[in-house]
Design a protein around this ligand. Structure first.
Ligand code: GLA
Length: 371
């Protein structure tokens, strides 16, 4: 399946881990629609690991755990679809999933057919228990082949954590997105770590096969399956700024049934989401020797500046517009808008400076202006 924008949705793992069940999925589907998440672009509802029984049935098919999913997976998918959402599920290229449930190794075609029958639209495919003799590329290609021939459009979301130099081979496989980092946990240290890893591989991101920086922790507040220390609101905003600026898939992971207005304002900021989803999908670059001041040129001719202070001290930022394409006699400047506050900062010429607080971030949209 081919997708032209970074996929957006909600995934069960960060909050529920192994405790995911049908009732939770239904209530999450309800909230995704009633609280405006679908309208904001979050269309996939994905059940992660631990949905299956530990054994396949006599026909070799995976079986949803009847205690967690008494109505069966088709009924759950039907409910999700009835809300206008798309339905995702999880498996693994190895013999087992990371939590020890059946993996798809040597069952790729039967699993793809089963998922198609259930009405699955999205498959997250993990990397645990991979036989050492099998290259990861071969196994993701095998599942993509099965999915592309199963009679249903199913998006393949590879989850090999950047292992085995995933960036070098993932675009051969048919995956629409690929986990470019290890697992996120709900802490500032984790956000910073995943950003640092991304800085080494962002060049590999691109349309049709997106670098997935892992699920969002915005709003977890230290609770749930990967809840650790939690973050401040400012840190969650920086996390969302970074993921959006780099064009990562945006898969929410918090219990959005409990999101307050501040959390919703982060997850549903249309101007920031538009940066993530920009159709040109041009590669970002750093500005004027500061490794945390980034620019990305948008499809409509605007430039978005992403400034991420991941350090513990205030960061002084100087942005000369010559770095952004404005020559000395161009007679042009930029009208600047702060994408978090919505504030119009007016037209700036030649340069601008500002100070960014520790762990804070700025996203500015720059529109070319005549002086
Ligand atoms: C791996 C993945 C996580 C999650 C768990 C489930 O750790 O990277 O995102 O899917 O497995 O067991």
């Amino acid at each position: 399946m081919v997708v032209s924008r970074p996929p957006m949705g909600w995934n069960s793992w960060n909050t529920f881990g192994p405790e995911i069940d049908e009732q939770t999925v239904r209530s999450m589907a309800d909230v995704m629609v009633s609280e405006g998440y679908l309208a904001a672009g979050y269309e996939y509802l994905v059940i992660d690991d631990c949905w299956a029984l530990r054994e396949r049935d006599a026909n070799g098919r995976m079986v949803p755990n009847p205690e967690k999913f008494p109505s069966g997976m088709k009924a759950v998918a039907d409910y999700v679809h009835s809300k206008g959402l798309k339905f995702g599920i999880y498996s693994c290229v190895g013999n087992y999933t990371c939590a020890g449930f059946p993996g798809s190794y040597e069952y790729e075609f039967i699993d793809a057919e089963t998922f198609a029958e259930w009405g699955v639209d999205f498959l997250k495919l993990d990397y645990c228990y991979k036989p050492l003799s099998e290259p990861g590329a071969r196994l993701y290609r095998r599942m993509a082949l099965a999915l592309d021939n199963c009679g249903r459009d199913i998006l393949l979301s590879a989850c090999s954590w950047g292992a085995d130099e995933t960036h070098k081979w993932i675009k051969t496989t048919g995956s629409s997105m690929w986990r470019s980092t290890g697992d996120v946990v709900d802490s500032w240290a984790s956000v910073k770590n995943l950003y640092e890893i991304q800085r080494g591989i962002y060049e590999y991101n691109g349309a049709l096969c997106f670098n997935d920086m892992d699920m969002l922790i915005v709003g977890m507040n230290g609770k749930g399956n990967v809840g650790v220390a939690g973050c401040t609101l400012e840190e969650y905003r920086t996390h969302f700024s970074i993921w959006s600026f780099f064009g990562s898939p945006l898969m929410m992971g918090s219990d959005i049934r409990e999101a307050d207005d501040d959390v919703k304002a982060i997850l549903q900021n249309p101007a920031v989401i538009a940066v993530d989803q920009d159709p040109a999908f041009r590669q970002p670059y750093t500005v004027h020797g500061n490794p945390h001041v980034w620019a990305r040129h948008m499809a409509d001719g605007d430039i978005v500046l992403g400034i991420f202070n991941v350090d513990d001290n205030p960061m002084w930022v100087f942005v000369p517009f010559s770095e952004l394409g404005i020559g000395r006699i161009a007679g042009r400047g930029f009208q600047m808008t702060d994408l978090w506050t919505g504030e119009d900062l007016g037209v700036k010429k030649e340069q601008f400076t500002l100070s960014v607080a520790p762990h804070a971030s700025k996203l500015f949209r720059l529109k070319l202006a005549r002086l």
